[in-house]
Design a protein around this ligand. Structure first.
Ligand code: NCD
Length: 309
């Protein structure tokens, strides 16, 4: 047996830095966190997590904080730059070099691509990327894989459709990279102007079969995983462009009658109108379970990078 990948003291900035063995190991550790998420644990007692969030968040920040506290650790940080020295013009590198003195791990969300990588270069303590502009969101991709594995038993052999904003959506960039380590069929479904970023497409299509389309209706019967995403209004330079593509896809319970019986509907949330509320009560809906898996996955990631798992 090959030795387990080591994460203690390491950054998690991009899914592209992870091997398949590394991803599988993280998912296995997350599995061991499920009972601890219910019972609580003191695995990370005395450890401190700092959250530097320069961009809006509900799930990601709260799930990291909840994960830390369920493992007996504590958290500090900010969820907007208002009231911090960033308002006085402090740059990210300085913020990182200050806050690393107060904590054992940094969780960074920033509107600029490359911000998490830069934070990791300056930081002496591990940095976890919680969203770097439109670029990547690695822990979201890991929890998405965990959800697929839980629902289907395995990631290999799955046909996955990524639907919506494949240009500005960071979750689908990370997820496409991660899925390309497995034996999957990838369907990329988006409006023409929101097609998957070229560099992501080039890399993943070297490893797995990829089909691009604009029609969800046509491909729905082929999909095991229907991964819906929000059109990222805040990332459009021109709102007139957004107006052209908003509401491009709306999945309803009726439409799902044409989907595979055992297919699952996923969404990183928040949703706007791309998944109708009547989907929530179908057996396909997995997006609220995904939230729970996000908690256990982040417990696993924190335990690993802090050397406790
Ligand atoms: C996503 C994000 O921030 O990229 N949210 C999340 O972390 N679950 C998706 C989005 O904002 O559409």
């Amino acid at each position: 047996m090959s030795p387990k990948p080591v994460f203690a003291g390491k950054d998690i900035v991009s899914v592209r830095d992870l091997s398949r063995e590394g991803i599988d190991h993280i998912l296995d550790v997350a599995e061991t966190m499920e009972p601890l998420a219910k019972s609580g644990s003191d695995m990370l007692r005395g450890k401190i997590m700092a959250t530097l969030f320069f961009e809006a968040s509900t799930r990601t920040r709260l799930s990291f904080e909840s994960a830390m506290s369920r493992l007996g650790g504590t958290s500090l940080g900010f969820s907007e730059t208002k009231g911090t020295s960033v308002e006085k013009g402090e740059n990210l590198a300085d913020t990182v070099r200050v806050v690393e003195n107060y904590a054992d791990v940094l969780i960074v969300r920033h509107p600029l691509e490359g911000a998490a990588r830069m934070a990791a270069e300056f930081s002496k303590i591990p940095v976890i990327n919680a969203g770097s502009g439109a670029e990547e969101h690695p822990t979201q991709a890991l929890l998405d894989l965990y959800t697929i594995r839980k629902a289907r038993g395995s990631i290999d052999g799955t046909s996955v459709g990524l639907i919506g904003d494949l240009r500005y959506g960071r979750t689908v960039h990370s997820l496409a990279y991660a899925l390309s380590q497995y034996k999957v069929n990838l369907f990329l479904i988006s409006p023409e102007i929101l097609r998957m970023r070229r560099e992501v497409l080039e890399e993943v299509s070297n490893r797995v079969h990829v089909k691009e389309s604009t029609s969800l209706r046509e491909l729905l019967p082929e999909l095991d995983v229907i991964y819906m995403t929000r059109i990222q209004k805040e990332r459009f330079a021109d709102l007139a462009e957004y107006e052209k593509v908003k509401g491009s896809y709306r999945l309803t319970a009726q439409e799902l009658s044409k989907a595979r019986k055992d297919s699952i509907v996923m969404h990183p949330l928040p949703r706007v109108d791309e998944v109708a509320p009547d989907v929530d009560n179908t057996k396909h809906a997995k997006y609220f379970e995904q939230v729970w898996y996000g908690l256990v996955l982040r417990m696993g990631v924190l335990a690993l990078v802090l050397g406790a798992a």
